[in-house]
Design a binder for this molecule. Structure first.
Ligand SMILES: NC(=O)C1=CN([C@@H]2O[C@H](COP(=O)(O)OP(=O)(O)OC[C@H]3O[C@@H](n4cnc5c(N)ncnc54)[C@H](OP(=O)(O)O)[C@@H]3O)[C@@H](O)[C@H]2O)C=CC1
Ligand SMILES: CCCCCCCCCCCCCCCC(=O)[C@@H](N)CO
Length: 343
């Protein structure tokens, strides 16, 4: 009897252990290091919030930093504050990412880029039915098309002479709303999901040139943009987003730069983000065989949801359940029996 149990245990252990060994052998690309010191880091949306925090920390790490945004006054203020706190000079470029020629010109003047961080973004939350088409187009244009413009403009020079310059990075700022569709974010989520498709395909096209793509997925983050967003965010959107907590821009920037420097494709920023990343990993690249192992099992989303519920109790209800439950609480929805016509 004891022997049978022992044998059973061995078989149960052998499956995951051999998968672990198998993954350790086959996982490609292998882990890498992308330094920031003395390298040209180009950050869009670098005049505010997460982008500004990224610019500060990259300058502290000894990078040569360029920032791009529209408003020249905010750019100058960012330049002054970085000079004051780090003693380093930052190059500023005023351009709208929706204008390819302006982006192309700025990138030519800035010179060859080692780390391109596409962080600019706009977010105007609203249910699709109420949201005007021009606001939808605005988010797609700035968040998605803007990033296409940046990568198109920067890529030729990033590839050029890469072997002599060491590995490069293209980092793209998504959002947890780019991993899971969220009530009130139809347009915003679409723009951020679009970035994931772009990033996955792009990674395959540029890995041969030693260029590594990182996709960053922050939760709600305290920034000037977020303060504006909060003035008009539907209550349900806020309730769902709150289940993943909130972070400071500096903390997000720190996670993002660490992800970039290790060449990680998926970069979660908090604990809930780790779980979301496992549940939504799909076939995205994974350099760590340990994480690849967890993703293989965690791909069974129930495992992740149950795992999460041990630590954060009822917070980890699947999103549609949460919407329904909270919607009733807020009196937004009626019970389906109450409004059923009498037959
Ligand atoms: N804050 C949050 O809760 C979260 C944010 N994110 C993402 O992080 C990124 C940064 O967000 P956050 O720091 O909050 O945003 P902010 O609104 O604080 O800053 C946005 C930055 O982008 C620039 N920008 C906006 N539109 C354009 C444009 N058309 N062309 C060039 N630059 C532009 C802004 O400058 P200017 O207006 O002068 O052009 C500013 O520098 C975004 O992509 C956002 O989607 C993801 C998850 C959560
Ligand atoms: C496996 C665990 C399941 C957990 C349940 C799902 C919770 C989803 C939370 C999503 C939060 C989205 C925040 C978007 C922030 C943002 O981008 C805006 N502030 C605009 O910038």
């Amino acid at each position: 009897m004891g022997l049978v149990l022992l044998l059973l245990l061995l078989i149960i252990l052998i499956i995951p252990i051999s998968l672990l060994i198998f993954l350790a052998i086959i996982v490609r690309p292998k882990p890498t290091k992308i330094p920031l010191k003395n390298r040209h880091v180009f950050i869009t949306g670098g005049s505010s919030g997460i982008g500004l925090a990224l610019a500060h920390q990259a300058a502290l790490d000894g990078a040569q930093v360029s920032i791009l945004a529209r408003n020249p006054t905010k750019l100058q203020e960012a330049k002054d504050s970085i000079k004051l706190s780090t003693g380093r000079d930052v190059a500023v470029f005023s351009a709208d990412v929706r204008d390819f020629d302006a982006v192309d010109k700025a990138i030519k003047v800035a010179g060859p880029i080692d780390v391109l961080i596409c962080n600019q973004g706009v977010f105007v939350p609203q249910e699709l039915e109420q949201q005007p088409l021009d606001e939808i187009k605005f988010m797609i244009d700035v968040n998605l098309m803007g990033t296409f413009h940046l990568v198109k403009a920067a890529l030729p020079n990033m590839k050029n002479n890469r072997a002599q310059k060491g590995p490069a990075s293209i980092a793209i700022m998504s959002s947890q709303a780019g991993q899971v569709g969220i009530y009130g974010y139809t347009a915003y989520s679409a723009s951020k999901f679009g970035l994931k498709g772009m990033a996955e395909a792009l990674q395959q096209e540029v890995i041969g040139d030693d260029i590594h793509v990182s996709l960053i997925f922050p939760p709600d983050t305290e920034t000037p943009g977020f303060a504006e967003e909060n003035k008009r965010r539907p209550q349900l959107t806020s309730v769902i987003a709150a289940s993943s907590g909130a972070m400071k821009a500096e903390e997000v920037a720190k996670k993002a730069l660490k992800g970039i420097q290790t060449g990680s494709f998926i970069v979660p920023c908090n604990f809930e983000g780790e779980l979301l990343s496992i549940a939504t990993a799909g076939l995205s690249p994974q350099r760590s065989f340990l994480r690849a192992f967890v993703e293989t099992f965690g791909g069974l989303q129930g495992f992740v949801l149950v795992g999460g519920s041990f630590t954060r109790a009822s917070k980890f209800l699947p999103v549609t359940t949460m919407v329904t439950k909270e919607g009733f609480k807020l009196g937004r929805f009626q019970s389906s029996t109450a409004d059923r016509p009498e037959s």
